[in-house]
Design a protein around this ligand. Structure first.
Ligand SMILES: CC(C)(COP(=O)(O)OP(=O)(O)OC[C@H]1O[C@@H](n2cnc3c(N)ncnc32)[C@H](O)[C@@H]1OP(=O)(O)O)[C@@H](O)C(=O)NCCC(=O)NCCS
Length: 216
């Protein structure tokens, strides 16, 4: 039953994290799905993806919503019928949602060395303050930057956004938990407040980075 953690970000914003330990059948037995969702679930190739998808429904249930309340736009962005905004992420054996009265985006990523190899694909502006090496700090910082860009992308959801060219994350320290960012796209500049937090799995050595962003 593991609701892993609840984070009250502010008066009107809450994050819920689920650690996925249940089997597919166990999760499926606890949730009522509308037909459209059941069809999507049936089409998923990986059982881990199915369990994460069901865990998200456990989380929205915790918040008093049901699968009937949750919809997706043509790009795959989730939304509720009501005034609340929702953003969703899943990573390995974690699933998380953020629900707010403001526009928000969330992302969770496993911290891994592999990110060093693809760093130049999603950083440009950030190279001014990043010191490339093979340290844990560098891996963690790249993971924050990647997560922040995913979270901002999930808010704006616009075709053509490039993580490398259009989203800038301001310098930050891992000791703090917050930074600023901006999206420069389509002749507009949008500002964002970005928060980040390390999540330690209870069942393994894995460390994850949770990032969430608000549009300002
Ligand atoms: C769609 C995208 C944001 C999903 O992110 P991800 O890290 O792969 O996966 P996550 O588990 O964090 O998020 C998945 C959830 O995001 C949500 N999502 C999917 N498309 C979305 C969109 N267009 N806008 C907002 N949210 C979206 C969904 O809720 C989805 O979960 P669900 O379908 O099970 O409900 C991402 O794959 C993407 O397309 N990124 C932009 C492309 C890009 O520029 N990539 C980097 C190039 S260097």
């Amino acid at each position: 039953m593991p609701l892993f953690q609840t984070i009250e970000c502010n008066e009107n914003t809450r994050i819920l994290i689920w650690e996925i330990t249940e089997s597919f059948d166990e999760l499926r037995s606890k949730i009522v799905l509308k037909e459209k969702t059941q069809l999507r679930l049936n089409g998923m190739k990986s059982e881990m993806h199915q369990r994460a998808f069901l865990s998200v429904r456990m989380l929205i249930q915790e918040m008093g919503f049901t699968d009937k309340d949750l919809h997706y736009d043509e790009f795959g962005k989730p939304y509720f019928d009501c005034d609340n905004y929702i953003s969703i992420t899943h990573s390995y054996h974690f699933a998380a949602i953020i629900i707010s009265n403001e526009t928000v985006g969330i992302d969770m990523e496993l911290q891994r060395e592999k990110i060093i190899r693809i760093g130049d694909k999603f950083t440009d502006y950030e190279c001014k303050y990043l010191k490339p090496d093979f340290s844990e700090e560098y891996i963690k910082k790249l993971t924050v930057i990647w997560g922040a860009k995913e979270a901002i992308f999930k808010i704006r959801n616009e075709k053509g956004i490039s993580f490398k060219d259009h989203i800038q994350i301001e310098p930050f320290s891992l000791d703090e938990s917050k930074t600023q960012a901006s999206l420069h796209f389509d002749n507009l500049v949008k500002d964002f407040e970005v928060h980040y937090k390390e999540i330690q799995s209870k069942n393994s050595e894995d460390k994850f980075t949770l990032v969430f962003a608000f549009e300002r």
